[in-house]
Design a protein around this ligand. Structure first.
Ligand code: NAP
Length: 237
């Protein structure tokens, strides 16, 4: 039987490419998108199923979980890809507003917790459940403290702090699920040309999506509770 995957934020960018690449592997990958029109249009192009899911809206998350359970019963893969940032505030954390911090955390952190919790009963029914959290090396505190690196230069407090928090969310769920087949990992796709950075990235969205696909299809002996780069190498926390 075909495996089933949910990719959040799949209307465009990395999420869209992740659905496409999972589909190429014979996996039924569902386009999860908050905007019905953009989501349905992406799903049509990809020949994939669609479910409306705004990760910041508990009613939408619950309805999406109910629909997936009704249609598929089991979920094998969850890619928590939906993410936002805010303008860079000239690189000054002291310029970041609490409103910006709250908005970014709602999507990048609380949204992941809400979706993971809602989908978990279905993931536990899978023989090989996989959860992939699309983080960023900007969430690496170790790399952020190395002067002269891009991670030092990009001192975007709301975004970087949200991804660091997401990394701990990854560890926390991995520990809860340690004795189950479900593996939970975070990854950094590299700097990819998508809307989130006005297409300034030097990697393609497809290259970025391959990182999620690798972790989504890990074999039974693969890692859990890790944070990996595009080459599959561990990133320091
Ligand atoms: P993108 O093209 O801007 O895509 C972001 C996606 O998230 C869109 O589909 C957007 O939907 C969706 N989204 C935003 N808020 C949502 C919500 N509340 N509920 C559901 N979906 C929501 O950016 P991307 O580069 O593909 O980003 C994907 C992930 O990769 C993000 O988590 C980002 O932080 C991470 N990442 C990207 C890079 C990079 O270089 N591109 C590097 C490191 C990490 P709408 O169409 O409705 O806006």
């Amino acid at each position: 039987m075909s495996r089933t995957a949910l990719v959040t934020g799949a209307s465009k960018g990395l999420g869209y490419q992740t659905v496409r690449l999972l589909g190429e592997r014979g996996i039924t990958a569902i386009v999860g998108a908050r905007d019905e029109e953009r989501g349905r249009s992406a799903a049509r192009e990809l020949g994939a199923p669609f479910v409306q899911i705004d990760v910041t809206d508990p009613v939408s998350v619950e309805a999406a979980a109910k629909w997936i359970e009704h249609e598929y019963e089991t979920l094998d893969i969850l890619v928590n890809n939906a993410g936002i940032t805010v303008p860079h505030q000239d690189g000054l954390p002291s310029m970041a507003t609490l409103a910006d911090l709250r908005r970014v955390f709602e999507t990048n952190v609380f949204g992941v917790v809400a979706v993971t919790t809602a989908m978990l009963p279905m993931l536990l029914r899978s023989e090989a459940g996989r959860i992939v959290n699309v983080s960023s090396d900007l969430g690496s505190m170790t790399r952020g403290l190395v002067p002269g690196t891009p991670q030092w230069a990009q001192n975007n407090l709301p975004y970087s702090a949200s991804k660091a928090a997401l990394n701990m969310v990854t560890v926390a769920f991995a520990k809860e699920l340690w004795d189950t087949p479900v593996k939970v990992n975070a990854e950094s796709p590299g700097f990819c040309a998508t809307d989130i950075n006005n297409f300034t990235g030097f990697r393609t969205a497809e290259q970025g999506a391959q990182v999620a696909v690798r972790l989504a299809t890990l074999p039974a002996g693969g890692p859990t509770g890790g944070f990996f780069d595009a080459d599959g190498e561990p990133i320091p926390w």
